[in-house]
Write a protein that binds this ligand. Structure first.
Ligand code: APR
Length: 255
């Protein structure tokens, strides 16, 4: 009997635990709506409809960036001059910082970025449904619904970059600025010198830094910024974490 009970418990847990972490289509809509409603003054039903029209009924490898134009129009990005933060290969440290301190705004802190952060979705040709499993992976095909969304949203966020802008790059890799990343291939290319005064790189370093501000890839970044002032500062990750946990420290004194 006890062997049978043990087996049953193991089987139930093996089935239930992975399911609990997986979004079902209904849960995707609930998560989207709940996160959206945290932002006041938006019609989240309308934004959901604009979202689904981008990929529903389409081959999940044939969803271009432009499919999300109506979604961006339904919830446009507002410029937050001097407070905009871009990043590449520093996701965890950046979002730990922006979630604890009200110093900077990343794409993932905006309505569209936050409602879709960490989610997976796609449609199917000839179907009106949304799927959350068996969707193409990030690199499986270029025009997949998730990657095209992040490309389009990143472009729209960079389009409104203004004043003094910050970018957190990773000093623990040999090419902190990669022209293949979203930051390098989309965002930097859309920065507009008439609206932006400067790009200020915070190069996040750990105990044994691999790259410093003299890194060749950062020279490539500088070359792309015609008319926009550039600065770079090496900052220890521990210093950023210290600022994350010290609300009394002024934003301007973090680095
Ligand atoms: N598989 C899955 N997701 C990926 C992959 C991949 N191979 N590559 C990138 N992503 C998604 C992930 O969500 C990842 O956390 O893009 C995010 C950022 O990837 P990075 O390579 O770290 O950085 P980058 O491509 O430069 O994109 C970051 O784009 O999100 C915007 O404004 C934001 O400035 C930021 C930039």
């Amino acid at each position: 009997i006890s062997v049978a009970v043990c087996l049953l418990v193991v089987v139930v847990l093996a089935v239930a635990l992975p399911l609990a972490h997986r979004q079902t289509p209904d849960k995707l809509k609930a998560t989207f709506t709940e996160r959206c409603e945290a932002f006041k003054g938006y019609d989240c039903g309308k934004i959901w409809d604009a979202f689904t029209q981008a990929y529903v009924g389409r081959d999940p490898c044939k969803v271009p960036m432009e499919a999300y134009d109506p979604l961006i129009a339904a919830a446009p990005f507002k410029p937050a001059c001097n407070r905009m933060m871009f990043w590449s290969k520093t996701k965890d440290v950046v979002h730990d910082f922006t979630s604890k301190r009200d110093c900077f705004i990343t794409l993932e802190d905006t309505l569209l970025g936050s409602v879709l952060d960490g989610l997976t979705w796609c449609g199917k040709e000839g179907s009106k449904e949304t799927f959350t499993t068996d969707c193409p992976g990030w690199t499986e095909c270029e025009n997949n619904p998730v990657r095209s969304f992040w490309n389009r949203a990143s472009a729209a966020f960079a389009d409104v970059a203004c004043g003094d802008v910050t970018a957190m790059l990773n000093g623990s890799i040999s090419t902190p600025f990669s022209s293949a990343s979203i930051f390098g291939s989309i965002e930097v290319k859309r920065f507009n010198a008439t609206m932006m005064r400067s790009l200020n790189v915070v190069l996040v370093t750990q105990k044994n830094p691999v790259a410093n501000c003299e890194n060749a890839s950062l020279k490539d970044l500088q070359k792309e910024l015609d008319g926009i002032k550039y600065t770079c500062k090496e900052v220890a990750e521990s210093q950023i974490q210290e600022c994350s946990s010290k609300p009394e420290k002024p934003c301007g004194a973090c680095w």
